[in-house]
Design a protein around this ligand. Structure first.
Ligand SMILES: C[C@H](O)[C@H](O)[C@H]1CNC2=NC(N)=NC(=O)C2=N1
Length: 99
């Protein structure tokens, strides 16, 4: 159920609740760039997100340089976006407050 590919209309509704997140160009994912004050804050965020990702069994694609963390979420098995991507995005938005 949570790994079922979402319709465009549901994706748009979800995105309205998630400031800073946008659909990737090919439509299969969502992207947000988090910018923290320093590496310690960035890595603390990544640690919190990693623990949640394991709980959800749903994992981010991300890239970190110093205080920046670029995140793309997609569901590989569905070849698109599912509830799990938005659950993880919502968690990351909260975990990254102050970014
Ligand atoms: C076996 C395991 O449940 C799967 O490989 C999970 C793990 N994490 C995953 N993460 C993401 N982003 N997409 C997946 O399809 C996915 N599949």
């Amino acid at each position: 159920m949570k790994r079922q590919k979402l319709e465009d209309i549901a994706i748009k509704a979800w995105l309205e609740t998630l400031p800073g997140w946008e659909r990737t160009e090919d439509g299969t994912g969502i992207f947000r760039s988090f910018r923290f004050r320093n590496f310690n804050e960035a890595f603390g965020f990544m640690t919190r997100a990693a623990i949640q990702a394991e709980k959800l069994d749903h994992h981010p694609e991300w890239f970190n340089v110093w205080a920046r963390v670029d995140v793309t979420l997609t569901t590989h098995s569905a070849k698109g976006l599912t509830e799990l991507d938005f659950e993880l995005a919502a968690f990351m938005s909260t975990a990254g407050e102050g970014a």
